[in-house]
Design a binder for this molecule. Sequence first.
Ligand code: ADP
Ligand code: MG
Length: 248
Amino acid sequence: MGTTILEVQELKKSFGGISAVSGVSFDVRDGEILGIIGPNGCGKSTLFNCILGQLRPTAGRVFLDNQDVTGLRPSELNRRGVSRTFQLLQVFPQLSVHENLILAGQEHKGTMVSRLFGSRDVGLTAEANRMIAFFRLQHLADEKASGLSYGQQKLLDAAMAFMAGPRLVLLDEPAGGVNLTMLSHLEERLRAINAEQGATFVVIEHNMDFVMRLCTRVVVLAEGQKIAEGTPAEVRANPTVIEAYLGH
Ligand code: ADP
Ligand code: MG
C-alpha cells in the first residue's frame, strides 16, 4: 500500500458537554479505499466534518501529506485536493446535471461560482462531460437534478465530489437509500475511479456488504472511539465489532 496521505491523530469533538468523537486516530494511504463503519450516532459524520473543516475539533490534529491542516477552511482543503460528499444530498435541484458538476468543479478549484453563467471554463465543461460519461449519466446531462430519481441524485452527488481531480475524497453514506441496481452501478464505478484514476477515498457506509466488497481496509467506531481496524475479513470476525453491532 502507498504512502500516508492523511493522518488523523487523537481527534476529539464535543458538543456542549457531550463527546461525539473521543480521541480517534487513523491514517489513509495513497490509493486505498478505506471504510468507516459503526452504529448510528457513533461520530462518523462528525469525524468527516472535523477533517474537512466544517467543524473545528476540540482537540487532536489532522495532517495532509505530513502538513498540519487542522482547522483549515473547507475551501482551503478543496484547493489541496480533498473533497467530500455529505450524508444528505447536496445537489442543486434547479440546476442540470451538467451545471451541478461544473459548479462542484469551480468550488473545488476555488473559482468564483458566479462564472457559471458567464464565461465558461472550457476545461471544466470537458471534465463535466467526462464525468457524465464515466458515471453513465449521458441521457440525463441536461435534466434538472430535481427530475432525477433519488439513486441518480446520489450518483450525481458522488460524481460532483470527483470534479477537479481530487486526490482524496470522503464519501458520507453514498449508498444510503439507494436501490440494489443503482448500488451495484455505484460500487462498480467507485471501484473503477479508484483503479483508473488512482483516487483515494474514505467511505462511511451502513451497508456492511457494500463496505466489505469495496474497501481494502476498515476502521470501526463505536461511541466516538475506534474499536477495531483491519481488512474486511478481520473486522467481520472481530468479537468486539460483533458485540458493538449486536448490542445496538
Ligand atoms: P454518525 O454519523 O456516526 O451517525 P454523528 O457524527 O452524526 O454520528 O453524531 C455523533 C453524535 O454527535 C450524536 O450523538 C449526535 O447527536 C451528535 N452531534 C452531531 N452533530 C452535532 C451538532 N452539530 N450539535 C450537537 N450534537 C451533534
Ligand atoms: Mg452520519
